[in-house]
Design a protein around this ligand. Structure first.
Ligand code: SF4
Length: 479
């Protein structure tokens, strides 16, 4: 896909729209019109924006909008709208999220609520101004209201902590996270944990005056390490942090093939309040295809084991649109999960990320189309609502089929605070471990600053003092 920008340099805005209609495509910026292929020209001229679509040098469609305001936001909206209208006519594709290309649609709705708009005003704005479908507008508003129930009590004194353990048994086909094969890194795990403990000790000092509202240990798959290593980390968390006011402690147990009764007992000993056990699908053929080293039965065994040990807040991650999965496969997955009656279900739509093996092997698979993905999302929503669950956080990733969303559903009282805080960005989150990022939020000014840890395990171990020093510069957030 080729494009030209004239009178503006909002390249990300243009590419964001191109991705809606032409995901997983190479976008090439040109300086002038060419006589071959599809070319989109986006033009800003004083108070108008225009989009012209060329096919082999000939104009196919054209849209022009007069801008009533010349703010950056309004100009971006005009650019998006003209591109949307032109590409919608050309491809016949509708995006149910319209011009909302950001990763946090509910956060936008929260901003509207904060401006004093009513439910009806917001719905009108989403559907008419942003071209969002009425169904998605309702969803975004419902999620925003549920998120707001959690963030409305935020105070500067509250923070959350993320701890990353970036190892997994094998790499899933669609994975683009920082994740290293545990077998290859087995000799480095202890050094990694020692570096992590150094960072935990530092964090314990700077957070001594704070309320740690939630802790989330993610990855990779934290339960890839053995039970002794897991306990060493948990012991140090309890030694260094004051957790008297902590409302929630989550561990991503993720892959069923990493969980054992010994590890679950360690998690229970440290009162981990929420665990995630993620089958992604309840179809063995798909599990094999996506490179997960476990079966449906393995997942069921581990889930029941966790239940028998008293875990009463379990999340299950599922992915819609996995290679070769049909609507019947999705029905089967949800019917099986429904019987387990988990407290949280997180529904993802498949994203084909650049760093994944799936992207490399794209030609080997047929993917579901937008209509099928929409039906799959409906099936998911119907099943989870049968379980008296509601959507309470939501985000979107780039390169998903149809630009659809990922939704966290839960039963009342089981909302994951950490996930909501991440989405709404109204609380500082200290990230520890390789690949983690820290977010420093000033509630008075809404200013957000970010500090990143290195991704490589070796760099993290060797440069742990530097990782700590990067945070020292932001310590004023915690005074
Ligand atoms: S379990 Fe998660 S982090 Fe690990 S390889 Fe699979 S997708 Fe990546």
């Amino acid at each position: 896909m080729q494009y030209i920008l004239k009178g503006h340099i909002k390249e990300d805005t243009v590419i964001g729209m191109l991705q809606l209609f032409y995901p997983n495509t190479k976008y090439t910026k040109l300086d002038s019109i060419v006589s071959t292929g599809i070319l989109l020209e986006s033009i800003l001229d004083i108070d108008t924006v225009e989009c012209v679509l060329f096919e082999n040098g000939n104009i196919i469609f054209k849209e022009i909008i007069k801008l009533h305001y010349l703010t950056e936001e309004y100009i971006a909206w005009g650019i998006k709208k003209t591109i949307y209208l032109v590409l919608n006519k050309y491809t016949g594709i509708y995006s149910s999220w319209g011009l909302l290309t950001g990763i946090r649609p509910a956060k936008k709705v929260t901003e509207f609520f904060n401006e004093g708009l009513s439910y009806d005003d917001i719905k009108e704005k989403l559907t008419n101004f942003y071209l969002v479908s009425p169904k998605k507008a309702d969803l975004a508003i419902e999620v925003s209201q549920n998120e707001n129930n959690i963030i409305k009590n935020n105070i500067d004194k509250n923070v959350s902590i993320y701890i990353g353990i970036p190892f997994c048994p094998t790499r899933c086909l669609y994975c683009s996270f920082t994740s290293y094969p545990i077998n290859v890194f087995i000799d480095k795990i202890d050094s990694y944990i020692n570096a992590l403990i150094k960072e935990i000790k530092y964090a314990g000092k700077i957070l001594s005056n704070k309320n740690i509202e939630s802790i989330y240990i993610g990855g990779g798959t934290p339960t890839s390490i053995n039970e002794y290593q897991l306990e060493k980390i948990l012991y140090n968390i309890f030694e260094n942090f004051n957790l008297n006011n902590t409302k929630e402690f989550t561990i991503e147990a993720g892959r069923p093939d990493t969980i054992s009764i010994a590890k679950l007992k360690v998690l229970k000993k440290y009162n981990i309040s929420r665990i995630s056990i993620n089958p992604q699908t309840m179809n063995d053929k798909t599990l094999k295809l996506i490179g997960r080293d476990h079966t449906v039965q393995d997942f069921l065994n581990i889930f029941n084991m966790a239940r028998n040990l008293g875990f009463n807040n379990i999340n299950v991650d599922l992915i819609l649109g996995l290679p070769k999965e049909t609507i019947n496969d999705v029905e089967h997955t949800f019917k099986t999960i429904e019987k387990l009656n988990p407290e949280n279900i997180t529904v993802h739509t498949l994203a084909i990320k650049r760093a994944s093996r799936l992207k490399e092997k794209l030609d080997n698979y047929n993917f579901v189309n937008i209509d099928t993905m929409e039906k799959m999302l409906e099936i998911a929503d119907n099943h989870v609502r049968n379980l008296e669950m509601f959507p309470y956080y939501m985000y979107r990733q780039k390169n998903t089929i149809g630009n659809f969303e990922n939704i966290g559903y839960c039963k009342k009282g089981f909302e994951n605070i950490y996930n909501v805080q991440i989405m709404e960005e109204k609380q500082s989150i200290l990230g520890l471990g390789s690949g983690s990022s820290s977010k420093f939020v000033d509630l008075k000014t809404n200013k957000i600053e970010r500090v990143f840890n290195v991704k490589s395990v070796d760099d993290y171990i060797n440069r742990i003092d530097e990782m700590i020093n990067r945070k020292v510069e932001k310590e004023e957030f915690f005074c």
